[in-house]
Design a protein around this ligand. Structure first.
Ligand code: SF4
Length: 663
């Protein structure tokens, strides 16, 4: 099988794709062949493919040929981190490959796929109807547009189930999504979501397209005895796999927000279905639980309370004797409450009983916290949450994902430091797999950085200390000069929102001729405005440093303000405690993480063969005497390096057409 499959794959790359305008790229063919071999030999394949390699076509073809020659046909799961990639897969890549293979009679029927995601992304027919009629009854002029959009979501078509494409506010989506789907729903037989779910579980679908969170939810659910979310599949591709660890940290963490308890108590006390005595007892229990919860949060969240800490701030804690007493008191109160509701309220208080059990389970994790990392976190609304994640997350990931007889391809533009996957393997738990099961490959970008790129690292930058007025002054001055030298067309990446805002407002009045944009949290619309501007300057943080594709001249200058070292958090604190020598920890964890992130950021610069860009690092630690210069230069694609701004201006004049300067 292997030989024939490989021959066919080579034939497709060498003969068929060029007929359809896709010229042969040796790196891409080689990558696809390695992926195919990994599938046949049941490997865990780490396939780094830098920008422009064509990894998406490579794995779609490898999966298709693998299925073609497999004894038993089955689905393959393709997991991504972004909706944009899912869209590209389903609207461009898969249909394109499917048509080509059909035309050449390599497959007999079109390739099929379904998109799978969490319940909150789908419409519940019952909730949609209820919400629609509640709005209709109000009969308000301002609801007309909303009603049209809600109407559009009704009907037979299953494609209309997807809330991601709906033009609705998050509030409205929350009112009509499937999240609260009830097992006892009388409309289940007619429900479009239920029918869609059934269809997804049929065999014969070539690709189950999903996201990292959903696939982890499936694995965790199976472990806990819940029904699988996918039909049997025989291969998995994790694209954008550099985001897998973030997804895993989210999925394997437990969060207990301050207001969860308050909501449950409000629900219990508002449930006027029990006798007077029981209601009195319920009130007593509520105040007992609340008091203990307040004391617990006050004690654990002491360092985060007040206005001096920002959203997202975290502080580790351990559960001591006093905390245990509060938690036990809360659990006792919740158990009593659940019992009371069961005895006096029966089925009518089922939601309260369920809520009590849910919270008891969460508090119990904190009681047994010896194997967990615990921390308090300040949320968007300013309230606190208790959070917990297993210390041995990597081993759990190995057991849940990699220790199965299913070949897995992990791919991304940046997974290694110059071909060394140690950091990635350690973080994802793949390290626990036997070496013979792991395959590694790293494909360089085909783009000509030597001629189309320039790295500018000025020597005048002081150490990046944001509290140092002199540093801030020189930083803004330097950014202004670079923007003028490259005639705008600039993306500036910051490691913190605070610094980004200060520099943006500091330069707003200083820069004329180029529109300035600042990308706050979730403001993806800013990217399209920047693109349309032709020569604008975009101030952005990490979210713009990954996954966005700004091809062409609009991004001809990319400025990294500070080296993107990982922000210390409770998980990193725990990791650092595992090392006796901090220097070793830095070499093993911190520096590789920074270099991988820096490569991701730099990957935004050149997106097509014809692109050219200047890359700037304004961090003195990358300068000639800088501590990390050598590692940085080794990690980045080879290109001319300069510390003279005049070289930057010359480069832009040489590389860009006249139209570039007219915008
Ligand atoms: S079965 Fe679930 S998703 Fe379908 S209509 Fe009923 S509650 Fe909504």
């Amino acid at each position: 099988m292997a030989k024939k499959a490989e021959e066919l794959l080579c034939y497709i790359f060498e003969e068929i794709l060029p007929e359809h305008g896709m010229s042969l790229r040796e790196n891409q063919k080689e990558l696809s062949l390695e992926m195919l071999r990994a599938l046949i030999e049941n490997k865990l394949a780490l396939c780094e493919a830098e920008v422009g390699t064509g990894k998406t076509h490579a794995y779609i073809l490898a999966l298709t040929i693998y299925n073609l020659y497999a004894k038993t046909k089955a689905s393959a799961v393709i997991s991504t981190s972004t909706i944009a990639l899912q869209k590209a897969l389903t609207e461009e890549y898969i249909p394109q490959i499917s048509n080509i293979l059909l035309e050449h009679k390599i497959i007999e029927k079109p390739l099929t796929f379904v998109i799978r995601k969490g319940k909150k992304h789908y419409v519940c027919d019952t909730r949609l109807r209820t919400y629609e009629s509640s709005i209709k009854n109000l009969d308000r002029e301002l609801d007309q547009k909303l009603l049209i959009e809600l109407k559009r979501l009704t009907g037979e078509n299953e494609n209309l189930l997807d809330l991601d494409n709906a033009i609705l506010t998050p509030y409205v989506k929350g009112r009509i999504n499937v999240l609260q789907c009830r097992e006892s729903c009388p409309y289940a037989v007619l429900c479009r979501f239920m029918n869609f779910k059934k269809k997804c579980m049929l065999s014969g679908i070539d690709f189950q397209i999903t996201n990292h969170n959903f696939i982890l939810a499936d694995l965790i659910g199976r472990k806990q005895g819940r029904k699988p979310l996918f039909p049997a599949y025989h291969a998995i591709v994790l694209d954008e796999s550099h985001k897998l660890v973030d997804a895993a940290r989210q999925m394997y963490s437990t969060f207990l927000e301050e207001q969860e308890l308050e909501r449950l108590l409000a629900l219990a006390n508002g449930n006027r279905v029990m006798g007077v005595r029981s209601m009195e007892r319920l009130e007593q229990l509520s105040s007992h639980i609340l008091k203990n919860s307040e004391l617990l949060f006050e004690r654990l969240g002491y360092g985060l309370s007040g206005n001096h800490t920002r959203e997202g701030s975290r502080e580790s804690f351990t559960v001591g004797l006093i905390e245990q007493i509060y938690i036990k008191n809360i659990i006792y109160g919740l158990e009593q409450m659940a019992l009371l509701c069961k005895e006096d309220g029966g089925n009518r208080t089922r939601n309260v009983q369920r809520g009590c059990q849910n919270l008891i389970d969460k508090y119990n994790i904190f009681l047994n916290s010896n194997y967990f990392i615990c921390w308090m976190e300040k949320r968007e609304n300013g309230r606190l949450a208790m959070c917990v994640i297993p210390m041995e997350l990597e081993r759990i990931l190995y057991e849940d994902i990699w220790n199965r007889a299913i070949p897995s391809i992990l791919t991304s533009g940046t997974m290694s430091v110059r071909g060394d996957f140690t950091h990635f393997r350690r973080n994802t738990g793949i390290n626990f797999a036997p070496d013979r099961r792991i395959m590694e490959t790293s494909k360089e970008s085909p783009f000509d950085y030597k001629n189309h790129g320039m790295l500018y690292i000025p020597e005048r930058m002081p150490f990046p200390n944001i509290r140092d007025g002199k540093y801030m002054e020189i930083l803004m001055e330097e950014i202004k000069k670079i923007i003028n030298a490259t005639h705008g067309h600039t993306l500036i990446l910051f490691t913190s929102y605070w610094l980004m805002e200060r520099v943006f407002y500091g330069l707003k009045e200083e820069i004329s001729g180029y529109p300035l944009f600042m990308m706050g949290k979730g403001r993806l619309d800013v990217i399209s405005n920047f693109r349309k501007s032709g020569n604008g300057v975009l101030f952005a943080s990490d979210s713009a440093g990954e996954g966005i594709d700004l091809a062409g001249d609009i991004l001809s200058s990319l400025i990294v303000v500070k080296l993107p070292f990982p922000v210390p958090d409770p998980v990193m604190e725990y990791q650092s405690r595992q090392y006796d020598d901090f220097e070793l920890y830095k070499q093993d964890i911190i520096i590789p993480a920074m270099l991988i992130k820096l490569r991701q950021w730099m990957g935004r610069g050149i997106r097509r063969e014809s692109d050219s860009a200047v890359f700037t690092i304004l961090d003195s630690r990358a300068s000639l005497c800088g501590k990390y210069r050598e590692e940085i230069l080794n990690a980045l694609p080879s290109m001319p390096v300069t510390d003279r701004l005049v070289d930057v201006a010359d480069f832009i004049i040489r590389k860009k057409a006249d139209s570039y300067f007219e915008e």
